[in-house]
Design a protein around this ligand. Structure first.
Ligand code: NAD
Length: 490
């Protein structure tokens, strides 16, 4: 897949904004501070964004609060119509937006296209859900009173997002918030701010009133600190690391905000002796190497049963060897760069640790000749539970293969982590499907399936992977609160 879109054409078309949107006005930081944004593939400067502080963040929150008065009173049909329009604009411009995503994030163009499409799917899904925010009339214990239950927008929402899926992660925050009748202040990752600022552009194009969508860019601790402490913000939705998620959980306690936290993972994939090996190998590629292994639902640990371990290791390694690494814009590339040098160093430390503890590097195991942010697709056999790769999210293109003997051993190993976001297993045994499916402690489980995210299904984790769900019919609940109205004197 190639593209005719360039940085210049994307800028000229108005997709790439180098300003913040506060109360309907595109502005710079009060003191003129700015931050350079780099292309992770070659560290070339893409552009510059405002680097705002507490004062601008407060103004954005105040603007969202002011806009909430009217927006929360719009009809569901009006909000649905605006979101449908937003989804259509995204779909109509998918190639330009995918190119912008590859530029700032590095992922191959085909993956970027899938992410933009997924974002449009979420926006459309919540456009549809806007019209189904129904209430209840409950049989009353009193003859002279009726009990009504309504679901109302929580108020101003703050959304803090990561760099690995900068467009789709925000779609499942912005769209349900707006569908519910909430207004929003977005703070995207500083590494991929353009996909966040894009929501300001999309809101304007879709005819969403000024102040309903605001976007600020700045230091995580400063802007995020204000968003999590400001009493006007009634809901904080965060996707990112468990470390920052826990910090925000604490900071939000003071003002008792509603919270959704989509945090880190350490996904296991279990491959049983009775698995369809071709399917397991093929799916393992997607679930490990998509986005260069930088997804929260990426397999971090492969548990392979004794009887097929060597065969799986051989076939999988051969398939990984064929992965084409390169700049995401180049034809046929399946693995791009990592987001930055710090990410490469983390991967290196995990591989070195595994080597030291007896891991066999079957493939890769070092930086790629293409440049500082590229790492070779790597397979490590003989992985053991004492390795860093067993307990921490590697967030890179490294597949660690652990050997196991029986079902219970695999379940125990899969669950031996503080995380519980995604898990996968491969079997052709129906009883085992249900047994293991029930035993795995995880918010999402793929059985004979490697990539399972879709707007129709609830996305989210248990344990240290977070609280709340995004997408599905449940995703909108995160932006609503129940009100009980007792109407007496009847
Ligand atoms: P991160 O936690 O470093 O940053 C996420 C966001 O938080 C960024 O916008 C950042 O600027 C901001 N931030 C940083 N410090 C902050 C602070 N002190 N207060 C408030 N905000 C702050 O995470 P990342 O490196 O951008 O993303 C990778 C992580 O995100 C991985 O752990 C991955 O598993 C996780 N993730 C989870 C999901 C999910 O749905 N569960 C999806 C994608 C990524």
């Amino acid at each position: 897949m190639t593209t005719t879109h360039t940085l210049e054409s994307i800028k000229t078309a108005g997709w790439l904004k180098e300003a913040n949107l506060i109360g309907g006005r595109w502005v710079q930081a009060d003191d003129g501070s700015s931050f350079d944004v780099e292309n992770p593939a070659n560290e070339a400067r893409i552009g510059v964004i405002p680097w705002v502080g507490v004062a601008e963040t407060r103004r954005a929150i105040d603007a969202a609060q002011a806009a909430f008065v009217d927006w929360s009173m719009t009809t569901a049909a009006e909000r649905a119509e605006k979101l449908h329009r937003m989804a259509a604009i995204v779909r109509d411009n998918i190639d330009a937006l995918a190119a912008m995503l590859t530029l700032e994030q590095g992922k191959p163009l085909a993956e970027a296209r899938n992410e933009i499409k997924l974002g449009a799917d979420y926006i459309q899904w919540f456009a549809e859900e806007a019209r189904r925010i129904n209430g209840e009339i409950v049989p009353s214990p009193w003859k002279d009173r009726q009990i009504l239950v309504t679901r109302e927008p929580v108020g101003v929402v703050a959304a803090i997002s990561p760099w690995n899926f900068p467009f789709s992660m925000l779609s499942r925050k912005v769209a349900p918030a707006l569908a519910a009748g909430c207004t929003i202040v977005i703070k995207p990752s500083e590494f991929t701010p353009y996909c966040g600022l894009l929501y300001g552009v999309l809101a304007e194009l879709a005819g969403i009133p000024a102040g309903v969508v605001n976007v600020v860019t700045g230091d995580g601790a400063v802007v995020g600190g204000e968003l999590s402490r400001n009493p006007l913000v009634r809901k904080l939705t965060f996707t990112g690391s468990t470390r920052v998620g826990k910090l925000l959980y604490k900071q939000s306690a003071e003002t008792m905000k509603k919270l959704s936290l989509e945090l880190g993972g350490n996904a296991p994939t279990i491959i049983f002796d009775d698995a369809d090996l071709d399917l397991a190998v093929q799916n393992a590629i997607g679930s490990k190497f998509r986005n260069s292994g930088q997804t929260c639902v990426c397999t971090n640990r492969f548990y392979v049963q004794d009887g097929i371990y060597d065969e799986f290791a051989r076939r999988f390694t051969e398939r990984v060897r064929q992965l084409k690494v390169g700049n995401g814009f180049d034809e046929g590339v399946e693995q791009g760069p990592l987001i930055n040098l710090a990410a490469v160093k983390k991967v290196e430390s995990h591989v070195e640790d595994a080597r030291r503890k007896g891991g066999q590097v079957l493939l890769g195991g070092k930086r790629h000749a293409l440049g500082a942010t590229f790492y070779e697709p790597t397979v490590i056999a003989d992985a053991t539970p004492d390795m860093l790769i067993a307990s921490e999210e590697t967030f890179g293109p490294v597949a660690a293969l652990f050997r196991f003997k029986d079902e219970q051993e695999a379940i125990d190993a899969a669950n031996a982590t503080e995380f519980g976001l995604a898990a996968y297993f491969y079997t052709r045994d129906l009883a085992r499907t249900f047994r293991v499916g029930r035993a795995i402690q995880s918010g999402m489980v793929g059985v004979n399936a490697g990539v399972i995210t879709t707007a129709e299904a609830p996305f989210g984790g248990v344990k240290d992977s977070g609280i709340g769900r995004e997408g599905s019919t449940h995703g909108i609940e995160e932006y609503l609160s129940l009100k009980y109205l007792a109407v007496g004197g009847l």
